[in-house]
Design a protein around this ligand. Structure first.
Ligand code: 8IG
Length: 278
């Protein structure tokens, strides 16, 4: 026998996929073994939209599920729900909140919901967020399909030499489906900053120069993890405010919540229709 290794670098002592399996097992048990083939992450402004997908069959406190924590953002809900998808007989797993990278819990915590969805058997995931818009024509309350992203966190959810292809992170098939449902939808490139502070006007100008249309603090790390797990990804941003320097007024979180309330019906109908046909 070798000497016990007392120098336990605990981060590597845990397998994040094993924790996702444990989480999926709890969700499966709480939902009577139901099949879930799509998951949704409801970001800022999207909180009420889950109800339009269908009847909530089960509500599970995040804190009851291995690896999940309570909601850290005002307006987010610290529960996940199993929702009937219309009358299709299928169910969606709807996360009422997410862990943000800026919480400092590490990237594994950020993508745990995505990995749990994959462990549960989901084939696709709809990742939503509230964000700042770089195009003046996108008034607060405009939903925009994410066509691609620029990850400025300098982190990846993938550990080790696993070179995941990100050519079509945001599924062209699902974007086309969303446009069939709502032909007025625009597309844009999402730039993930670390946050939790908003950008300076100079950073917003930079985001535009490097090809961005939307700025936010989530989604791209989750989308990368989803692709690693083979999930098809639909990303939708709700422009809740013009990014700093695009408008004259300072940013505040109340404006974000208000834009969400106003856009709830368009966004809810969009999510419900897409999930019903996914
Ligand atoms: I809601 O303007 C929301 N989230 N980084 N910038 C960034 N994140 C956001 C913004 C924004 N609005």
């Amino acid at each position: 026998m070798t000497t016990p290794n007392t120098f336990d670098l605990s981060h590597h002592a845990t397998d994040p996929f094993a924790v996702a399996d444990a989480a999926a097992a709890v969700i499966r048990e709480r939902t009577g073994g139901a099949d879930h083939d799509v998951a949704l992450v409801l970001g800022s402004g999207w909180g009420q939209t889950g109800d339009l997908i269908g009847e909530t069959l089960e509500t599970i406190e995040n804190t009851d599920v291995p690896g999940f924590g309570a909601a850290a953002v005002a307006g987010h809900s610290g529960v996940m729900r199993s929702v009937a998808i219309g009358d299709t007989g299928r169910q969606a797993l709807v996360y009422g909140t997410r862990t943000h990278f800026y919480e400092g819990k590490g990237v594994r915590a950020v993508v745990h919901g995505v990995r749990t969805a994959a462990a549960l058997g989901c084939r696709s995931i709809v990742i939503t967020n509230g964000c700042g818009g770089l195009r003046e024509e996108w008034a607060p309350g405009t939903p925009v399909l994410i066509s691609d992203h620029i990850n400025l966190t300098a982190h990846s959810p993938i550990e080790g030499a696993n070179f995941v292809d990100l050519t079509d992170v945001y599924s062209p098939r699902l974007r086309a489906l969303a446009k069939e449902v709502d032909p007025g939808l625009d597309e844009g490139v999402y730039v993930q900053f670390r946050g939790p502070h908003y950008e300076t006007p100079a950073e917003v100008r930079m985001a535009k120069i490097i090809g961005g249309d939307l700025v936010g603090m989530s989604t791209s790390l989750e989308a990368i993890a989803a692709r690693q797990s083979g999930l098809e990804v639909l990303g939708i941003s709700l422009v809740t405010n013009p990014a700093a320097g695009i408008s004259k007024t300072p940013l505040n979180h109340e404006e974000v919540l208000e834009a969400g309330r106003e856009a709830a019906s368009r966004c809810g109908r969009l999510l419900a229709a897409v999930v019903g046909r996914i």
